[in-house]
Ligand binder design. Sequence first.
Ligand code: AMP
Length: 465
Amino acid sequence: MTFEALGLNTSIIKALTDAGYTKPTPVQEQAVPAAIAGKDLLVSSQTGSGKTAAFMLPSLHRLSALEPSAASRTHNQEMQAARARGERPRFKPAQPKMLVLTPTRELALQVTTNTDKYSVNLRRLKAVSILGGMPYPKQMQLLAKNPEILVATPGRLIDHMESGKIDFSQLEILVLDEADRMLDMGFIDDIEKIVEATPDTRQTMLFSATLDGVVGNMARRITKDPQIIQIMSAANKHENITQRVHFVDDLSHKNRLLDHLLRDDSLDQAVVFTATKRDADTIADRLNIAGFSAAALHGDMHQGARNRTLDSLRRGQVKVLVATDVAARGIDVPTITHVFNYDLPKFPEDYVHRIGRTGRAGRNGLAISLVNHAEGMNVKRIERFTKQLIPVNVIEGYEPKKSAPPRSTSRPGGWKPGDNRGGAKPGQRTFSKPNAPRRDGASGGGYKGSNPRSNDGARRSYGDR
Ligand code: AMP
């Protein structure tokens, strides 16, 4: 399948060729023709699947075919005339044609950057990000240019709508990106309010890791006769990512093991996930003292500091990013070879998002969870969700004192990028050695004999606290 066959116009195809894209990804193959035809879409796909282009390419195609409305021409002409007279133009509400809602600032910036790349030959179409943490005067300047495309986080967008800075009466396309995540973050009322302010005639596309439960209910309310596209089931997610569990006795064991694993020759860059913002800071400090170029990334940091940290990561100046779930959402840096769960996430869905920070752009990745014995049930919940068993590894010199259930052992020579043999494929049982301790179920990672009350030094995780 080629991009031409999807029906995209030549200006967009040229931009894709220049960006080095040779063929559409599966989600693009399905979503682009349907969206060009104006259908509403409900798409379940992961970050890394090319979902941004799946909604942005058909939208750019459709928007570029629209004549600018008379209202929009007048708006822009009035602004230009006022500037030519040396006057400050009277502010008129922006009237975007497309709105993309995202859960986090990082994802919004990433969507805007990708949109700029795809629309480079479509000069009339401009995308801007409207984000919490960005100074209001700067946002007013962006809105004053009446951009066709807004990429926004819900909270800040509502502020601008309520103060009359944005008018959605001309909106043609609404996209909810990572809708499940937005709902997890408590944005449901804001989303309902925003949807209410847009015309019923709009095209709506909703992207989410899952289309079940609350997301599914909302999706049905806000779309009309949607085409449902399900690209990846839980069972075949992240097959290019090798997953491992290492059992640890206590925090000091966990820290020693992390330091050892971070010195692996095959490691280019890594993300270490912690449960709390304070831990992200503490561990980043500790790793810096230990000689790693580490940086923290969490929701208490100002947007400027978060952007600078992400830039340093992209430029390779930061080797180890220590992050919370919320802050690391959507990070797309192909040179991240390793993801470490210093703390397990609260929700299995977050585990899937976390490990997806590696294995980007068709590469392989390694995801290692450092787990204390009391957390066996949490591993089991993750395995049940992903329908993949996570092999247990033990490294010589770093064995846990407690007899961890040795479901598999590390291969001599360690892991190398491109080597994916350690990962459990769906249905593959890598742990069931004849002398392994009994497990309390056929499909999970919980272990009988572990004491759920014991606190072996590792803390429980509760998201971006
Ligand atoms: P996303 O799922 O939107 O986060 O995209 C993941 C990564 O894949 C991004 O770095 C995109 O630039 C890249 N990408 C998207 N579509 C394609 C494609 N058709 N060919 C190659 N890379 C792509």
